[in-house]
Design a protein around this ligand. Structure first.
Ligand code: PHB
Length: 388
């Protein structure tokens, strides 16, 4: 009896030793994404991109086994926060990543600060997110980067009177303000600013108003996934026939749904940091590999934010040789410069935000498929929303 107890105690000690050695040898990334609900396309794209990055770069880095722990927050901020708390306390993750929408990133930022865990924002794009915690690093984009570029382009294209229509929350407010300020500075006029609710948006009454106002162009921001509904109602209300041009940040002509929008999308001009038709060898390789692994699904800018986020995490892990805590990891994420499928990319060490090119693109048919063809490039754009 004594011997049995002794033996099982030894077994228990050995087992816990194995677990702790395993924990030490594992590097955990808690990936929180909306995998269900209206923003599930964002989750699907980012998960696919993260898995592609791991398949291409191996899952052992600096002697550690990289483990991706995926959680579905259903796009509810309180759920994101609770999941992050559990991932930090129970799973002891080294990094928190994902964050499909601004409110989801903002609700979780305090957890990153308290636990000194780097939080890699792969999707959300309101300017202020990077200021919500010193542990936030962003690999997606900031709305003002795209909005300002379009505010410079539009007057040159003979667009003088514009109605602005945005989804009514953080990124929409940024898109509205930064476009309006720059466009007005350049001599343009925003005759009306319209804001559409984020949940279950019905664009029709707003578009009727736009039709009555007869601007040269309608400028829009809608979050990734909502572009199809807007484009459909734009055509149904006859705005295209009335000669009103559609311009916006590139979220509206999102690559994964663009082809399904049909010819009404032809000629729509947008500003953004990524197009699946970006001409570079690296992007071509990325798009081919992504489509091959995902039933021919076209990667969108969300996928690129996820892919580059994994790159930033992997390189930080390499640089710290798997040693050091959250602070060391965070420092190794700052200042990274590399080529992304979007083009050159830089994580500004001061702001922890992404600096990249913004492209002006036009929807065109290429080999029977709709693409955002880049025709102008603004180099190394910092977020104009940052005061420091
Ligand atoms: C955001 O919530 O920050 C967000 C979501 C989708 C976008 C852009 C921004 O396309």
């Amino acid at each position: 009896m004594q011997k049995r107890i002794f033996l099982s105690a030894v077994a228990l000690a050995a087992a816990s030793l194995v677990t702790s050695v395993q924990a030490q040898d594992t590097f955990k990334i808690g990936l929180i994404l909306p995998m269900t609900g209206p923003f599930a396309s964002t989750g699907k794209q980012i998960e696919a991109a993260a898995r592609l990055y791991m398949a291409q770069n191996g899952s052992t880095v600096a002697g550690k086994k990289v483990e991706l722990i995926l959680k579905d927050d259903t796009a509810a901020p309180d759920v994101t926060k609770r999941l992050a708390q559990e991932l930090v306390v129970n799973d002891k993750v080294n990094v928190l990543a994902g964050f499909g929408l601004t409110p989801l990133a903002l609700s979780t930022a305090p957890i990153a600060t308290q636990s000194k865990t780097p939080l890699v924002v792969m999707a959300a794009a309101t300017s202020s997110i990077t200021q919500a915690s010193p542990y936030v690093i962003r690999t997606s984009f900031a709305l003002p980067q795209a909005a300002v570029a379009l505010g410079d382009w539009a007057p040159k294209a003979n667009i003088k009177r514009v109605v602005s229509l945005v989804t009514d929350y953080g990124p929409g407010i940024d898109a509205e303000k930064y476009f309006k300020d720059r466009f007005t500075f350049n001599g343009g006029q925003v005759v009306e600013t319209l804001r559409v609710p984020m949940r279950n948006p019905d664009f029709a009454p707003f578009l009727q108003k736009v039709r009555d106002l007869k601007p040269d162009a309608l400028y829009v921001f809608v979050p990734s996934g909502a572009g199809t509904a807007l484009m459909k109602q734009f055509a149904e209300r006859g705005l295209d026939k009335a000669g009103i041009r559609l311009i916006g940040t590139g979220d509206v002509t999102d690559d994964d749904i663009l082809n399904g929008m049909g010819d009404v999308a032809l000629g729509v001009v947008t500003s953004h940091h990524y197009s699946a038709s970006h001409k570079s060898a690296l992007n071509q390789k990325f798009v081919e590999a992504f489509q091959k692994a995902n039933n021919n699904l076209r990667p969108n800018f969300m996928a690129v934010g996820g892919y580059d986020g994994m790159r930033v995490i992997y390189e930080a892990l390499k640089a710290t040789k798997g040693q050091g805590g959250g602070e060391a990891l965070l420092n190794a994420m700052k200042g990274q410069i590399f080529e992304s499928p979007r083009g050159p990319m830089f994580i500004d060490a001061q702001t922890r935000d992404v600096v990249h090119n913004i492209y002006i693109r036009k929807v065109e048919k290429v080999n029977g498929q709709l693409y955002n063809t880049e025709f102008e490039e603004i180099k190394d754009v910092k977020d104009p929303g940052k005061t420091k």
